[in-house]
Design a protein around this ligand. Structure first.
Ligand code: ADP
Ligand code: MG
Length: 694
């Protein structure tokens, strides 16, 4: 096996490559752009482009693309070759600075939520020099942001970068108050843990539901599910291990630090965790990871399912967004530290997060809302749809002591004074004791656990960064005017705890009593996407985004419209797939089976044989068939009479009328599947899919 160090990052135009291939002036100038966001001079861009092209061609690349993340959450690329004609009618390989920094893809087919009339289809892409270029399938990929000519963000990267700027600005103000003179930038960091399923490709190819919708719309449970919990952290099967080895190698070449891999709770479910990175890079890397997972799986005749709920009755897949804030001097601001002043700074950032999560619960909920994730949140396998924070007993004791002016330990004398006293050591939580919390403090970072497995992590981090930026701004506004910093700091932290402690819940989030308790506390419980999305447009949220220059009003409306439409399209495709499967495969197959039963009954009767089993079975299955038929007529009708009013009403209609009918049909069909001769069934079973990879 090749040495990891020899190929790690070999397909990335990273710092090492830049240093060796750029003149020192060009290198310095580019580094300034990367660290301070200074605009790139065109002569510098030309030199960088030249070096990048030469390097890429040496690595076998023939094309380049501006790689971007439109609002649909996938990634997009349009390949251009390096080839240019020269004056002799031959070709030269060319790539100029302006092609590096700016591209003009025909973006008319990407949703713009009304931001750009299709007649002025052209948007432009602009290089994000803080995310390294890389080579994928012989193509030099340049990470870029996508904007309209009016400057409106048409993608997920632009607002993410803006939200990072917002938190940088406000955190620097706060840090200055604590005397951190040499800190010049603050960045949020993310390590997203990715869950996924692997199924055999031959089985997958026989399932229209997986092909069209990414999840099974039918399927009787296998006799065995996840109840023995023998899959979790169990021995990895050889075929899966081969896939993981290949996957790691591909990711490492791209400089993605895939670190741990293990089996998850459900059969055929696995997880990959990378080492954390700066948020925009983590978002890019997570998009690439999802893409490479699917590609590598195909090589092993497997299919990687990223859907949030591919199988009914089996745990779905999520993404855990481990999030923290760091300075350019290497301090993790959510690390309590050792001295009273470090502790004080930590407590201020901590309470900023607590206040942010409380005041912007709705935005965090929206950031993880999707048709797929609706099957997970609150289904006792994932965090509930109610957003709350877990801090753990040790930190809770600290917060209680501050709130009540009581000593931290019963034996101690005097109350806990922020900035004067040292906090006890907090445990770093690597266990699962916070499994049921959507937003858990884990010692030196928060883990936002409600994200769906297929979603881009950008949205969640845009909301989180911006909300925390707002609270830091409010804190800085107060403390910058303070005449008695330590005392005012103490009072501010105390006041914040008192006003926002309702968002803290250290108990079992799956417990029914929590739902009641949360209602009493006035916390939101937005159970589905159509119920959550309208909060996007609330005044306080518009105010938040516009005041921190993360979204303009138009950009907010565009994202809202797209999210609503996306939800409707997903459910519509699923409903049409149900009808297709029922009409073309399932009802005919069941009917054939009843015919074989009827034939048997006729023959056996003529021989005066006992037909107890066949006639009971014939009766039972025929009744089921009739029921399924009548329900599918209902579904056809419901789909035909969709309202055409507001987007809100249409989404609710899909949730309340369409999805329940799909579920009813499924229940009837699954009941039949459980009793029918397998040779008649048109699709591989749950058993085949979940236990088929050996
Ligand atoms: P465990 O789950 O065993 O406790 P860790 O807490 O070390 O493991 O890490 C879980 C995930 O959190 C990993 O993806 C890791 O890179 C990430 N992570 C660790 N520290 C930070 C941080 N400061 N900021 C963001 N993510 C982090
Ligand atoms: Mg996990």
């Amino acid at each position: 096996m090749k040495q990891l160090e020899s190929y790690f990052g070999s397909l990335v135009f990273d710092d090492k490559v830049m240093k060796s291939r750029l003149s020192s002036d060009v290198y310095k100038s580019l580094k300034r752009t990367i660290s301070d966001g200074k605009e790139l001079d065109i002569s510098v861009a030309n030199s960088v482009a030249q070096a990048m092209k030469d390097w890429a061609i040496e690595q076998g690349a023939t094309h380049y693309t501006h790689w971007f993340q439109p609002m649909t959450g996938v990634t997009a690329e349009k390949h251009d070759s390096f080839i240019s004609p020269d004056s002799d009618g031959r070709i030269i390989m060319e790539f100029k600075g302006k092609e590096l920094v700016k591209g003009e893809p025909d973006a008319s087919s990407f949703p713009s939520g009304g931001l750009r009339a299709t007649c002025e289809a052209r948007g432009y892409t602009a290089w994000d020099p803080t995310s390294y270029a890389f080579i994928k399938d012989k193509c030099l990929c340049i990470p870029t942001a996508l904007c309209s000519y009016g400057g409106q963000a048409l993608d997920k990267k632009t607002p993410l970068l803006r939200s990072m700027q917002a938190i940088n600005k406000q955190a620097l103000r706060v840090l200055k108050l604590f005397g951190n003179e040499n800190v010049t930038s603050v960045k949020t960091t993310v390590g997203p843990e990715q869950e996924y399923f692997l199924v055999d490709k031959d089985m997958y190819d026989k399932r229209k539901d997986l092909i069209y919708t990414g999840r099974t719309l039918f399927g009787a449970s296998a006799p065995k599910g996840q109840e023995l919990e023998d899959h979790y952290f169990g021995v990895i099967k050889p075929r899966v291990q081969a896939f993981m080895n290949d996957l790691n190698e591909e990711l490492w070449k791209l400089g993605i630090l895939a670190k741990t891999e293990h089996n998850e709770v459900a059969p055929a479910q696995h997880e990959l965790a990378p080492i954390f990175a700066t948020t925009n890079i983590a978002a890019d890397h997570n998009q690439i990871t999802m893409e490479i997972m699917q590609k590598v799986a195909k090589k092993h005749n497997l299919v990687c399912l990223l859907h949030e709920k591919p199988f009914k009755g089996v745990n779905g897949s999520g993404k855990h967004n481990n999030w923290s804030i760091s300075t350019n001097t290497g301090i993790n601001l959510l690390e309590p530290g050792d001295t009273p002043i470090e502790n004080a700074q930590f407590l201020l950032f901590l309470t900023a997060v607590i206040k942010a999560v409380d005041e912007y619960q709705d935005l965090l909920r929206i950031s993880v809302a999707s048709a797929g994730n609706d099957f997970r949140l609150g289904a006792n396998e994932a965090p509930p749809a109610i957003i709350s924070i877990f801090v753990g007993d040790e930190l809770q004791a600290v917060l209680d002591a501050i709130e009540t002016d009581k000593p931290l330990l019963s034996k101690a004398s005097g109350s806990l004074k922020i900035g004067a006293d040292v906090l006890p050591k907090l445990p770093k939580d690597s266990t699962d004791r916070n499994r049921t919390s959507p937003f858990a403090f884990t010692g030196n970072k928060f883990e936002f656990r409600a994200l769906g497995s297929s979603e881009s992590i950008s949205c969640a981090n845009i909301m989180l960064n911006t909300a925390v930026a707002e609270e830091l701004k409010q804190f800085a506004d107060v403390l910058e005017k303070s005449k008695n910093f330590k005392e005012d700091l103490h009072q501010l932290v105390k006041k914040t705890i008192i006003e926002h402690k309702r968002i803290i819940f250290n108990g079992n989030g799956y417990d029914e009593s929590w739902v009641k308790e949360a209602t009493k506390r006035g916390l939101l419980n937005l159970k589905s996407t159509p119920e959550a999305l309208p909060y996007y447009l609330h005044d306080k949220n518009k105010q938040l985004f516009t005041s921190h220059n993360v979204y303009t009003l138009d950009e907010i409306h565009a994202r809202y419209e797209i999210a609503q439409e996306h939800y409707q399209k997903i459910v519509n495709i699923e409903a049409l797939t149900v009808l297709d499967m029922v009409n073309k495969d399932l009802l005919p197959a069941i009917s054939k089976y009843t015919k074989s039963l009827a034939d048997t009954v006729a023959i056996k009767k003529s021989l005066s044989a006992n037909v107890d089993y066949e006639s009971a079975q014939l009766d039972d299955i025929s009744n089921g068939l009739a029921k399924a038929y009548s329900l599918k007529l209902d579904l056809e009708k419901v789909l035909e009479s969709k309202p055409t009013s507001s987007v809100e009403e249409i989404s609710l209609y899909y949730k309340e009328k369409v999805l329940p009918l799909m579920e009813e049909i499924r229940t009837v069909i699954d009941g039949i599947e459980a009793k029918v001769d397998k040779s008649f069934w048109p699709y591989p079973s749950y058993g085949d899919l979940l236990f088929g990879v050996r």
